[in-house]
Ligand binder design. Structure first.
Ligand SMILES: [Ca+2]
Ligand SMILES: [Ca+2]
Length: 402
């Protein structure tokens, strides 16, 4: 019964969105809003200027600022709207203070009082000392920018979408780049791999209408903002696939750090990063608990469909019932083979909304059940190695407290 009701709600919702999109929202004759419009279909009634005016002197919610970008023809490129860097309790200054070292100087192995495994993972550029550069995951950092670019090329070559590049995939992509197996020059290689314009792979760039629909459906990101830094972790209960057990988040907290991993099958960048999450889990499973929560699809065939997903055989429509979501989650498990305890959010997106977790996000929760680190919104903010550094510094913090 609940499933039928939810399915009905979804289809009614779809109709409202379709109806709203038929009208250009920028109608100059519309009365300005009396109250700042909340993130949702109400935004479509007003021009971006009216919305901004209504928020004058108040903080614009993340989702409203994302809507303003989209309404003005902007893209979801990770630079504007609701995209922000991670929120972290830790920084190089924090680390230097914790190690009783000079924050103006690189921190060397000799002066580092923690374990070697921690030093090794914090030293991102492997130069044998820790600096602010190692811990800087912002887009202005040259290492981070190069990393993005490599990820894009990786995803073009990693054709079956399991996040692992095989020799066959690499050879096949060379076959596509080269005529008759002939050597290719740099600019041929570049032109084949760097997409024109926006940076989207061919066939993946969305129209404004697709973005607005995806925005209102929570597919391109949660309209909510989730817990802030040092907030208590909001609780939820999720169920394992194939009718397995349920788990309550609060039952998993309080013993040691906990990492929350949110993701979905149709988000290509998420799939390409997921094996890195597994690698982090392998290194950290003795020191922290991990929980994977499967959330709403980002690129269903009935939403912002992607050519790159089609090529990888990732073709699913947005599940309308929990049972449908479980079936898609099973496909995701078959593709990514997660070792991390894997659970599925309910069809009302309770966990996904509460944690602002769509389409993919990472959190580190301390042993007191407080948020110690919160990634930026996925896919751009989804950086498993940044999460690992935060988890390691949390281990330092908590070991010092004992
Ligand atoms: Ca370094
Ligand atoms: Ca592969």
């Amino acid at each position: 019964m609940l499933a039928i009701l939810l399915a009905l709600t979804c289809s009614v919702w779809g109709t409202i969105v379709d109806a709203a999109l038929l009208h250009e929202p920028a109608v100059s004759a519309a009365d300005p809003p009396n109250e700042p419009p909340v993130a949702g279909p109400e935004l479509l009634k007003y021009t971006p200027e009216q919305i901004e005016k209504a928020y004058e002197g108040r903080r614009i919610p993340e989702a409203v600022s994302m809507y303003l970008v989209i309404a003005r023809g902007g893209q979801l490129d990770g630079t504007a709207g609701w995209f922000h860097p991670a929120a972290s309790r830790f920084s190089f200054e924090w680390l230097a203070g914790h190690q009783k070292a000079d924050p103006q100087q690189p921190l060397t192995r000799d002066h580092f009082m923690g374990q070697e495994r921690i030093f090794g993972q914090l030293d991102r550029d492997h130069d044998g000392s820790l600096t602010g550069f190692d811990l800087d995951w912002s887009d202005s950092n040259p290492w981070v920018r190069q990393s993005y670019m490599v990820n894009r090329i990786f995803r073009r070559m990693e054709s079956d979408g399991d996040g692992l590049l095989t020799a066959d995939e690499l050879n096949a992509s060379f076959g596509k780049l080269s005529r008759d197996g002939q050597p290719i020059r740099f600019e041929q290689f570049r032109d084949a791999l760097v997409p024109p314009g926006s940076g989207f792979s061919p066939g993946d760039m969305p129209s404004k209408e697709v973005l607005i629909k995806g925005f209102l459906a929570g597919e391109i990101g949660s309209l909510q903002e989730g817990p802030g830094l040092n907030d208590s972790a909001p609780d939820f209960t999720v169920r394992a696939i194939s009718g397995g057990d349920t788990v309550k988040l609060s039952d998993r907290m309080g013993k040691r750090p906990l990492v929350l991993v949110f993701g979905n099958f149709t988000c290509g960048p998420f799939r390409s990063m997921y094996p890195t999450v597994e690698a982090v889990w392998n290194r950290q499973k003795e020191h922290a608990d991990f929980l994977f929560v499967y959330v709403r699809e980002a690129h269903p065939t009935d939403g912002w469909a992607m050519k790159s997903n089609e090529k990888a055989g990732v073709l699913v429509s947005q599940p309308r019932t929990f049972e449908e979501r479980q079936l898609v989650a099973e496909q995701c498990v078959a593709k990514l083979k997660p070792s991390i305890p894997f659970y599925v959010d309910d069809i009302a997106d309770t966990a996904g909304n509460l944690w602002s977790a769509m389409p993919a996000r990472l959190y580190v929760i301390d042993s007191q059940g407080k948020v110690a680190w919160k990634s930026g919104r996925g896919p751009f903010g989804f950086k498993p190695e940044e999460m690992e550094q935060a988890l390691l510094m949390l281990q330092l913090e908590e070991s010092g407290a004992k």
